[in-house]
Design a protein around this ligand. Structure first.
Ligand code: ZN
Length: 803
């Protein structure tokens, strides 16, 4: 709980390669691979096309509306002199949400004209332009009242870069400006961006300020601005900000949290805040592509190995801990997982850039895993509610929300999702890459001429893909079709996860109906030949239900198994499985089969079979076999709150038998004002320690130094003689400690009376503190605590016992 003092959001950019329009200036070398222009790809499938349409018609509107309701847009009006008042949202980085949604809206406009959206964005840009100070400075948290800026803004401009997000906001502005210009040809936002970047370039540099931003993002934005505006000083500035990280000659280092512990080219371990990290890695790839500096790539190779071999969730999410929204130690992948939606996006953006650098399919394997699972879990099927963290295990405490005070994730989704079509295909010389399998079309400009590719497939539900090739003129070129690692029983590159059963059926490739040998080059099946209109390529990816286990060093997944089919990770949710899933054991030999359910969750392939359920009966665990239903992970949490688990027990000792009802579990829980997550008191989950974040825990945060209580009201008067409490204490991560003192009271008539006991009211961590007392017959019991002076307190579990 109680996360970080400095909450930070973020996200990266969409790559705009050397493709594009006549407006793009001629630049020095770039990536050897160019993504497909957004306007050249059409999705017409039943999976992505409707989701992207929902983003266009629902999510953009919902997130713009939330930006209005929460004062994010009014901040620009006040700063521009069109409204009166104080900075009226919560964080100094709130400007960035508006920029990000404009970027998403720009992709929507690039693909399909929409005069209402276009007009709305124009009006917004006018407000942003007015909020910009005459010299180019743009940061509403200061401009609104320069003599008393927000605390995190710092007293003077650029004086608190570790926390202010002044440069972070601008990175998102630059990305939005580049996208808006490309989509509409209008220079309105681009003019704001270049004026701002010119000020930053005058202010920062070897002869000026040498502070890198606390939160990376401006580096990516500057690269995009460079690609659009052509001014090399923007690229130089992006490189400067990267190179100043870890350089104590220029500033007091911010440390690992912000990847500022050593120079970026010397980094070899993914540490700290995961969104910052993956934005930085993305920028390193960009700058390396544009400058030819291979030292960045050498560092990226080491960092990528560290993430993919040791720190990647099966869902493609990154970031194990909420305490710093970031990476934990190697193999430390608790299923309470932070896996922030923004971090999945950043991970996908980074891996896409690695593909552009190296033309290796393993990066698209990671990209695909992230977008079909961890990222997509972040947004509801209706497109108007969101997850910030995306855990792989829930005890029922999670549900999507329409917005967050720190709204980085909702504002990041539209811009990322609407750019997915441009990642599906890529071009390098006379080579056309098919990265993703989505029914639809693409027009690609090869050096040999334009070629039209048409995909027919039901992917991700089915692994048959037909690609019809139509070159504008007959001639030789290479088609490179990705063969996903999962189809060859390698769920991820490396050995962090492995398939339990090796593939029974091979991947096959046909050319005009005839089987051809697969020639794999860096994970792509390549076919070089004289193509003519109507040639077809059929790729068959066997899609059995696959069981996956984790590396032995991943303690959280020891004795557990996960289920996948194609690119999708599956999960068990309470609603399909008799109310619970943590009590299930999935035997390695139990058959599992897929089945199409058009009525469920907008249409999903479920996986069904049998599992053993453990239930406590008269004090011992009884096993019974029953049906098991799994759904794709991305679709969880649409049917109420309850248990969900991606990793199911393979062995009885890893299952948690469904407990028998107790007096506590049947009681109605309540608390003094400010208490949160009451169900954590009596949900009967046995915590492993006081700092166990998997369990639901009750807490009073941010209350301190006061007397508080929790209360059980029993269904009928009961005789009680014992109380056991397991304190929540998140020392090292948050602000909860064991209380100063506590006692038990019972209800006698209308009064609360302390129970009679000789036992000590214990304050031990990582254990139950039990107090036996003289029997009382009562309808309600209270546990009263004195909160510490400087901390709050919480409770993992509170049990009561009858004599
Ligand atoms: Zn986020």
């Amino acid at each position: 709980m109680m996360r970080r003092a400095v909450l930070v959001c973020a996200v990266a950019a969409v790559v705009s390669g050397a493709h594009g329009t006549a407006r793009t200036p001629a630049l020095a070398p770039d990536y050897p691979t160019a993504p497909a222009p957004l306007t050249s790809v059409t999705f017409s499938d039943a999976f992505w096309a409707p989701r992207l349409e929902t983003v266009r018609t629902v999510t953009l509107d919902a997130t713009f509306r939330q930006s209005e309701l929460t004062g994010r847009i009014k901040n620009f009006e006040i700063a521009g002199g069109d409204a009166a008042g104080e900075f009226c949202s919560r964080y100094a980085f709130d400007d960035s949400d508006v920029y990000k949604i404009i970027e998403g809206a720009s992709y929507a406009l690039e693909v399909r004209p929409d005069s209402t959206l276009d007009g709305y964005v124009d009006a917004l840009i006018a407000k942003i332009a007015k909020a910009q100070e005459p010299d180019g400075y743009l940061y509403t948290a200061r401009t609104i009242a320069p003599s008393r800026p927000m605390a995190m803004a710092g007293k003077e401009r650029w004086s608190n870069l570790e926390h202010s997000h002044e440069l972070y906001n601008l990175g998102h502005l630059y990305e939005a400006a580049a996208a808006h210009y490309r989509a509409t040809g209008k220079k309105t936002l681009l003019a704001v961006a270049t004026k701002s970047a010119d000020l930053v370039a005058r202010t920062f540099g070897p002869a000026g300020l040498r502070y890198p931003p606390g939160h990376q993002e401006i580096e990516i934005g500057l690269v995009r601005l460079y690609r659009v505006a052509g001014d090399p000083k923007y690229l130089a500035l992006a490189k400067f900000f990267l190179d100043e990280r870890g350089n104590p000659a220029g500033h007091k280092l911010y440390g690992e949290y912000a990847q500022d512990h050593k120079p970026v080219v010397e980094q070899d371990e993914a540490v700290g805040h995961s969104v910052r990290a993956a934005y930085m890695y993305s920028a390193m790839a960009d700058v390396s592509a544009l400058t030819g500096d291979a030292r960045y790539v050498a560092a990226l190779d080491r960092l990528w190995d560290d993430v993919v071999l040791r720190k990647l969730y099966l869902t493609g999410g990154i970031g194990a801990t909420g305490a710093w929204e970031g990476f934990g130690p190697a193999y430390d992948l608790p299923n309470s997982a932070y896996a922030e939606t923004c971090a999945s996006i950043a991970n996908a953006l980074w891996n896409f850039r690695m593909f552009l650098l190296k033309q290796d399919a393993r990066y698209i394997d990671v990209y695909e895993r992230a977008i079909y699972n961890a990222m997509l879990s972040g947004i509801s099927l209706k497109g108007d509610t969101f997850f910030y963290p995306n855990p792989l295990l829930s005890l029922g405490q999670h549900e999507r929300s329409p917005w967050f005070a720190c709204a980085c994730c909702p504002s990041n989704l539209p811009r990322f999702m609407l750019s997915i079509p441009s990642h599906a295909y890529a071009v390098s010389g006379d080579r056309a890459f098919v990265n993703l399998f989505v029914q639809g079309q693409a027009r690609l400009a090869l050096s040999a001429g334009e070629v039209r590719l048409e995909q027919q497939t039901r992917y991700p539900w089915d692994g048959d893909i037909r690609i019809r090739v139509s070159p504008s003129k007959p001639g030789p070129f290479t088609l490179a079709v990705r063969v996903p690692g999962w189809s060859m029983d390698h769920p991820v590159p490396g050995n962090l996860y492995r398939s339990l059963v090796r593939g029974r059926e091979p991947v096959t490739l046909r050319l005009n109906g005839l089987l051809v040998p697969i020639r794999l080059e860096r994970g792509f099946a390549v076919i070089t030949r004289e193509w003519s209109v109507g040639d077809t390529v059929d790729l068959h990816l066997p899609m059995p239900v696959r069981r996956v286990v984790a590396h032995d060093a991943v303690k959280a997944d020891e004795g557990r198994v996960a289920v996948e089919r194609g690119p999708l990770v599956y999960t068990a949710e309470f609603v399909d499985n008799g109310g619970r899933v943590t009590n299930l054991i999935l035997d390695d030999e139990a058959p599992l089969s897929p089945g199409w359910r058009p009525d469920l969750l907008n249409g999903v392939m479920t996986v069904t079979g049998n599992a053993t359920a453990l239930r406590m009966r008269n004090g011992s665990a009884a096993a019974e076999t029953g049906p098991l239903t799994l759904i794709p992970y991305y679709a969880w949490a649409h049917r109420g709150k309850g248990e969900m688990a991606v990793w199911l027990a393979r062995r009885a000792d890893r299952a948690r038998p469904a407990p028998e009802p107790t007096l506590a579990s049947s009681a109605r829980a309540s608390s003094s004002e400010g208490g949160k997550s009451l169900q954590g008191l009596n949900e009967q989950y046995e915590p492993t320690d006081s700092n166990d974040h998997t369990a639901m825990y009750f807490h009073w945060w941010p209350k301190k130094d006061s007397t508080e209580w929790v209360q059980y009201d029993f269904p009928a008067a009961a005789t009680v003689s014992e109380s056991s409490v397991y304190w929540f204490d998140d020392t090292g991560q948050g602000g909860c400690r064991v209380p100063r003192n506590w006692r038990i009271l019972y209800k006698r008539g209308e009064r609360w009376v302390p129970v009679e006991t000789r036992d000590t009211y214990g304050l031990a961590k990582d254990a139950y503190n039990t107090v036996r007392f003289s029997h009382v017959n009562t309808t309600a019991l209270r546990l009263e605590v004195g909160l510490p002076e400087a901390f709050s307190s919480g409770i993992q579990e509170w049990k009561v016992k009858q004599p």
